[in-house]
Design a protein around this ligand. Structure first.
Ligand SMILES: C[S@@+](CC[C@H](N)C(=O)[O-])C[C@H]1O[C@@H](n2cnc3c(N)ncnc32)[C@H](O)[C@@H]1O
Length: 272
Protein backbone atom coordinates (compact mmCIF):
# COMPACT_ATOMS: atom_id res chain seq x y z
CA UNK A 1 0.00 0.00 0.00
CA UNK A 2 1.40 3.38 -0.95
CA UNK A 3 0.49 6.26 1.27
CA UNK A 4 0.72 9.89 0.27
CA UNK A 5 4.21 11.14 0.73
CA UNK A 6 4.49 14.66 -0.51
CA UNK A 7 2.71 16.78 -2.97
CA UNK A 8 5.18 18.51 -5.17
CA UNK A 9 3.67 21.65 -6.63
CA UNK A 10 4.49 25.04 -5.20
CA UNK A 11 1.68 27.61 -5.23
CA UNK A 12 3.68 30.77 -4.75
CA UNK A 13 0.95 33.34 -5.33
CA UNK A 14 -1.50 31.98 -2.78
CA UNK A 15 1.02 31.01 -0.12
CA UNK A 16 4.18 33.00 -0.75
CA UNK A 17 6.38 31.26 1.80
CA UNK A 18 5.09 27.67 1.90
CA UNK A 19 4.74 25.02 -0.73
CA UNK A 20 2.09 22.30 -0.99
CA UNK A 21 4.77 19.73 -0.12
CA UNK A 22 4.71 21.01 3.48
CA UNK A 23 0.97 20.47 3.87
CA UNK A 24 -0.68 17.34 5.19
CA UNK A 25 -2.61 15.72 2.29
CA UNK A 26 -5.89 16.10 4.20
CA UNK A 27 -5.42 19.87 4.07
CA UNK A 28 -4.68 19.77 0.33
CA UNK A 29 -7.88 17.71 -0.11
CA UNK A 30 -9.82 20.32 1.85
CA UNK A 31 -8.39 23.10 -0.34
CA UNK A 32 -9.41 21.09 -3.45
CA UNK A 33 -12.99 20.81 -2.17
CA UNK A 34 -13.21 24.51 -1.28
CA UNK A 35 -11.79 25.59 -4.66
CA UNK A 36 -14.21 23.23 -6.45
CA UNK A 37 -17.19 24.57 -4.47
CA UNK A 38 -16.14 28.12 -5.33
CA UNK A 39 -15.81 27.11 -9.00
CA UNK A 40 -19.26 25.61 -8.95
CA UNK A 41 -20.66 28.73 -7.27
CA UNK A 42 -19.11 30.79 -10.07
CA UNK A 43 -20.75 28.57 -12.69
CA UNK A 44 -24.13 29.00 -10.95
CA UNK A 45 -23.70 32.80 -10.86
CA UNK A 46 -22.71 32.93 -14.55
CA UNK A 47 -25.66 30.78 -15.53
CA UNK A 48 -28.06 33.06 -13.64
CA UNK A 49 -26.43 36.21 -15.14
CA UNK A 50 -27.06 34.99 -18.66
CA UNK A 51 -30.56 33.97 -17.68
CA UNK A 52 -29.98 30.44 -18.86
CA UNK A 53 -31.97 27.50 -17.61
CA UNK A 54 -29.84 24.96 -15.76
CA UNK A 55 -31.97 22.90 -13.45
CA UNK A 56 -29.90 19.97 -12.31
CA UNK A 57 -30.58 17.44 -9.60
CA UNK A 58 -28.48 18.11 -6.45
CA UNK A 59 -26.59 14.85 -7.08
CA UNK A 60 -25.49 16.07 -10.52
CA UNK A 61 -24.25 19.31 -8.97
CA UNK A 62 -22.42 17.15 -6.47
CA UNK A 63 -20.84 15.09 -9.23
CA UNK A 64 -19.74 18.24 -11.04
CA UNK A 65 -18.17 19.48 -7.80
CA UNK A 66 -16.45 16.12 -7.39
CA UNK A 67 -14.95 16.31 -10.89
CA UNK A 68 -13.69 19.85 -10.19
CA UNK A 69 -12.25 18.75 -6.85
CA UNK A 70 -10.50 15.73 -8.38
CA UNK A 71 -8.96 17.97 -11.07
CA UNK A 72 -7.83 20.58 -8.53
CA UNK A 73 -6.36 17.86 -6.30
CA UNK A 74 -4.52 16.44 -9.29
CA UNK A 75 -3.23 19.90 -10.20
CA UNK A 76 -2.01 20.36 -6.62
CA UNK A 77 0.04 17.17 -6.95
CA UNK A 78 -2.01 14.82 -4.76
CA UNK A 79 -1.30 11.11 -5.09
CA UNK A 80 -3.51 9.29 -7.56
CA UNK A 81 -5.46 7.39 -4.92
CA UNK A 82 -6.82 10.70 -3.57
CA UNK A 83 -8.63 11.38 -6.86
CA UNK A 84 -11.61 9.02 -6.28
CA UNK A 85 -11.85 10.31 -2.69
CA UNK A 86 -12.04 13.92 -3.94
CA UNK A 87 -14.49 12.83 -6.62
CA UNK A 88 -17.03 11.08 -4.41
CA UNK A 89 -16.72 13.22 -1.26
CA UNK A 90 -19.60 15.65 -1.89
CA UNK A 91 -21.86 13.17 -3.81
CA UNK A 92 -21.46 10.76 -0.89
CA UNK A 93 -22.49 13.50 1.57
CA UNK A 94 -25.57 14.25 -0.56
CA UNK A 95 -26.52 10.58 -0.76
CA UNK A 96 -26.17 10.06 2.98
CA UNK A 97 -28.16 13.24 3.71
CA UNK A 98 -30.93 11.89 1.46
CA UNK A 99 -31.13 8.81 3.71
CA UNK A 100 -32.44 11.08 6.47
CA UNK A 101 -30.56 9.33 9.27
CA UNK A 102 -30.57 10.45 12.88
CA UNK A 103 -27.71 12.93 13.58
CA UNK A 104 -26.56 10.57 16.33
CA UNK A 105 -25.24 8.16 13.68
CA UNK A 106 -23.01 10.91 12.32
CA UNK A 107 -21.83 11.87 15.79
CA UNK A 108 -21.08 8.21 16.59
CA UNK A 109 -19.19 7.65 13.32
CA UNK A 110 -17.25 10.89 13.83
CA UNK A 111 -16.25 9.94 17.39
CA UNK A 112 -15.21 6.45 16.29
CA UNK A 113 -13.04 7.81 13.49
CA UNK A 114 -11.59 10.43 15.83
CA UNK A 115 -10.61 7.81 18.41
CA UNK A 116 -8.92 5.58 15.81
CA UNK A 117 -7.62 7.97 13.15
CA UNK A 118 -7.68 11.36 14.89
CA UNK A 119 -3.90 11.66 14.98
CA UNK A 120 -3.23 10.56 11.39
CA UNK A 121 -3.49 14.19 10.33
CA UNK A 122 -0.21 14.75 12.23
CA UNK A 123 1.52 11.33 12.10
CA UNK A 124 0.48 10.29 8.56
CA UNK A 125 0.43 6.71 9.85
CA UNK A 126 -3.07 5.17 9.82
CA UNK A 127 -4.13 1.94 11.51
CA UNK A 128 -3.86 -1.26 9.48
CA UNK A 129 -2.81 -4.54 10.98
CA UNK A 130 0.08 -6.92 10.30
CA UNK A 131 -1.10 -10.09 8.59
CA UNK A 132 -0.74 -13.57 10.08
CA UNK A 133 2.01 -14.27 7.51
CA UNK A 134 3.89 -11.14 8.60
CA UNK A 135 3.67 -12.17 12.26
CA UNK A 136 5.02 -15.64 11.42
CA UNK A 137 7.88 -14.11 9.44
CA UNK A 138 8.71 -11.68 12.25
CA UNK A 139 8.81 -14.64 14.66
CA UNK A 140 11.38 -16.34 12.38
CA UNK A 141 13.60 -13.23 12.55
CA UNK A 142 13.66 -12.94 16.36
CA UNK A 143 17.00 -13.55 18.14
CA UNK A 144 17.65 -17.24 18.83
CA UNK A 145 18.77 -16.52 22.42
CA UNK A 146 16.08 -16.04 25.04
CA UNK A 147 15.59 -12.90 27.12
CA UNK A 148 15.45 -10.44 24.22
CA UNK A 149 13.32 -7.31 24.36
CA UNK A 150 10.96 -6.52 21.49
CA UNK A 151 9.02 -3.30 20.89
CA UNK A 152 6.26 -2.61 18.36
CA UNK A 153 6.23 1.11 17.49
CA UNK A 154 2.55 1.95 17.01
CA UNK A 155 1.22 -1.35 18.30
CA UNK A 156 -2.37 -0.93 17.07
CA UNK A 157 -4.69 -3.41 18.78
CA UNK A 158 -1.81 -5.51 20.13
CA UNK A 159 -2.41 -8.59 17.93
CA UNK A 160 1.21 -8.87 16.81
CA UNK A 161 2.53 -8.71 20.38
CA UNK A 162 0.02 -11.28 21.59
CA UNK A 163 0.86 -13.73 18.81
CA UNK A 164 4.62 -13.32 19.16
CA UNK A 165 4.39 -13.85 22.89
CA UNK A 166 2.58 -17.13 22.23
CA UNK A 167 5.20 -18.51 19.84
CA UNK A 168 8.27 -17.10 21.62
CA UNK A 169 7.37 -16.67 25.30
CA UNK A 170 11.10 -16.40 26.13
CA UNK A 171 11.22 -12.71 25.13
CA UNK A 172 9.66 -9.59 26.63
CA UNK A 173 7.20 -7.67 24.48
CA UNK A 174 6.25 -4.00 24.61
CA UNK A 175 3.99 -1.84 22.52
CA UNK A 176 3.37 1.86 22.35
CA UNK A 177 0.27 3.32 20.71
CA UNK A 178 -0.96 6.87 20.23
CA UNK A 179 -4.55 6.29 19.06
CA UNK A 180 -6.96 6.05 22.06
CA UNK A 181 -9.33 3.28 20.92
CA UNK A 182 -6.68 0.80 19.66
CA UNK A 183 -4.71 1.52 22.84
CA UNK A 184 -7.70 0.75 25.11
CA UNK A 185 -8.43 -2.45 23.18
CA UNK A 186 -4.83 -3.61 23.39
CA UNK A 187 -4.58 -2.66 27.07
CA UNK A 188 -7.65 -4.81 27.84
CA UNK A 189 -6.18 -7.67 25.79
CA UNK A 190 -2.88 -7.45 27.65
CA UNK A 191 -4.53 -7.26 31.08
CA UNK A 192 -7.18 -9.93 30.64
CA UNK A 193 -5.48 -12.30 28.20
CA UNK A 194 -3.32 -15.24 29.18
CA UNK A 195 -0.15 -14.04 27.47
CA UNK A 196 2.37 -11.65 28.96
CA UNK A 197 3.08 -8.38 27.16
CA UNK A 198 2.78 -4.70 27.95
CA UNK A 199 1.45 -1.73 26.10
CA UNK A 200 1.64 1.96 26.92
CA UNK A 201 -0.07 5.02 25.54
CA UNK A 202 2.20 7.60 24.04
CA UNK A 203 4.31 8.86 21.19
CA UNK A 204 7.12 6.53 20.12
CA UNK A 205 9.24 9.51 19.10
CA UNK A 206 9.56 10.23 22.84
CA UNK A 207 10.52 6.63 23.65
CA UNK A 208 14.08 5.56 24.37
CA UNK A 209 14.85 2.61 22.08
CA UNK A 210 18.15 1.66 23.73
CA UNK A 211 16.44 -0.94 25.98
CA UNK A 212 15.26 -3.05 23.06
CA UNK A 213 16.97 -5.70 20.95
CA UNK A 214 14.30 -5.72 18.25
CA UNK A 215 12.29 -2.75 17.04
CA UNK A 216 9.32 -3.49 14.76
CA UNK A 217 7.69 -0.75 12.70
CA UNK A 218 4.68 -0.98 10.39
CA UNK A 219 4.16 2.67 9.66
CA UNK A 220 4.15 4.51 6.30
CA UNK A 221 6.80 5.94 3.97
CA UNK A 222 6.59 9.34 5.70
CA UNK A 223 8.48 8.72 8.98
CA UNK A 224 11.06 6.15 7.77
CA UNK A 225 14.06 8.48 7.25
CA UNK A 226 13.51 10.11 10.63
CA UNK A 227 12.99 6.72 12.28
CA UNK A 228 16.32 5.52 10.89
CA UNK A 229 18.09 8.52 12.46
CA UNK A 230 16.45 7.75 15.82
CA UNK A 231 17.31 4.07 15.61
CA UNK A 232 20.96 4.81 14.71
CA UNK A 233 21.22 7.23 17.61
CA UNK A 234 19.58 5.11 20.29
CA UNK A 235 19.73 1.38 19.53
CA UNK A 236 22.67 -0.73 20.65
CA UNK A 237 25.07 -2.28 18.10
CA UNK A 238 23.83 -5.74 17.10
CA UNK A 239 20.15 -4.93 17.68
CA UNK A 240 17.73 -5.04 14.76
CA UNK A 241 15.07 -2.91 13.10
CA UNK A 242 12.32 -4.75 11.20
CA UNK A 243 10.02 -2.71 8.98
CA UNK A 244 6.88 -4.10 7.43
CA UNK A 245 6.37 -2.79 3.87
CA UNK A 246 8.29 0.49 4.10
CA UNK A 247 11.97 0.93 3.31
CA UNK A 248 14.44 3.39 4.75
CA UNK A 249 15.33 5.57 1.76
CA UNK A 250 18.88 4.92 0.58
CA UNK A 251 19.72 2.25 3.19
CA UNK A 252 20.07 -1.31 1.90
CA UNK A 253 18.41 -3.87 4.23
CA UNK A 254 20.36 -6.93 5.36
CA UNK A 255 17.32 -9.16 4.79
CA UNK A 256 14.33 -8.70 2.49
CA UNK A 257 11.46 -11.18 2.93
CA UNK A 258 8.59 -11.12 0.45
CA UNK A 259 5.39 -12.45 2.02
CA UNK A 260 2.54 -14.16 0.25
CA UNK A 261 -0.14 -12.34 2.21
CA UNK A 262 -3.17 -10.48 0.89
CA UNK A 263 -1.40 -7.11 0.79
CA UNK A 264 1.75 -8.56 -0.82
CA UNK A 265 3.85 -7.16 2.06
CA UNK A 266 7.61 -7.34 2.36
CA UNK A 267 9.62 -7.37 5.58
CA UNK A 268 12.94 -5.50 5.72
CA UNK A 269 15.59 -6.06 8.38
CA UNK A 270 18.53 -3.82 9.24
CA UNK A 271 21.17 -4.70 11.80
CA UNK A 272 22.48 -1.69 13.72
C1 LIG B 1 0.00 0.45 10.50
S1 LIG B 1 -0.50 0.43 12.17
C2 LIG B 1 0.40 -0.99 12.77
C3 LIG B 1 -0.29 -1.68 13.92
C4 LIG B 1 0.50 -2.84 14.50
N1 LIG B 1 1.87 -2.49 14.77
C5 LIG B 1 0.48 -4.03 13.57
O1 LIG B 1 1.53 -4.28 12.95
O2 LIG B 1 -0.54 -4.72 13.45
C6 LIG B 1 0.43 1.81 12.80
C7 LIG B 1 0.01 2.28 14.17
O3 LIG B 1 0.96 3.25 14.61
C8 LIG B 1 0.29 4.21 15.41
N2 LIG B 1 1.16 5.40 15.47
C9 LIG B 1 1.49 6.23 14.47
N3 LIG B 1 2.34 7.18 14.87
C10 LIG B 1 2.55 6.94 16.19
C11 LIG B 1 3.36 7.57 17.18
N4 LIG B 1 4.11 8.62 16.89
N5 LIG B 1 3.38 7.04 18.43
C12 LIG B 1 2.62 5.94 18.72
N6 LIG B 1 1.84 5.31 17.84
C13 LIG B 1 1.82 5.80 16.57
C14 LIG B 1 -1.03 4.42 14.67
O4 LIG B 1 -2.01 4.93 15.55
C15 LIG B 1 -1.35 2.98 14.22
O5 LIG B 1 -2.15 2.32 15.17
Amino acid sequence: MQLPNHNKLAIPRVFPSISISMMPPALTALISQVVALMGLGLVAVLVSQFEMELSLEPLLWGLMEGIFAALVGHYLGMDRWWLPINLIFVPAILLVLAMDLSPLWFLGAFLLLLLVYGKVYRTQVPLYLSSGEAIEAVASLLPKDSGFSFVDLGSGCGGLLQQLNKVRPDGTYHGIEAAPLPFILSKCRSLFGVSDWRVSWGDFWQMDLSQHDVVYAYLSPVPMALLWRKVRKEMRPGSILISNSFVVPGIEPEITLKLGDFGGSTLYLWRI
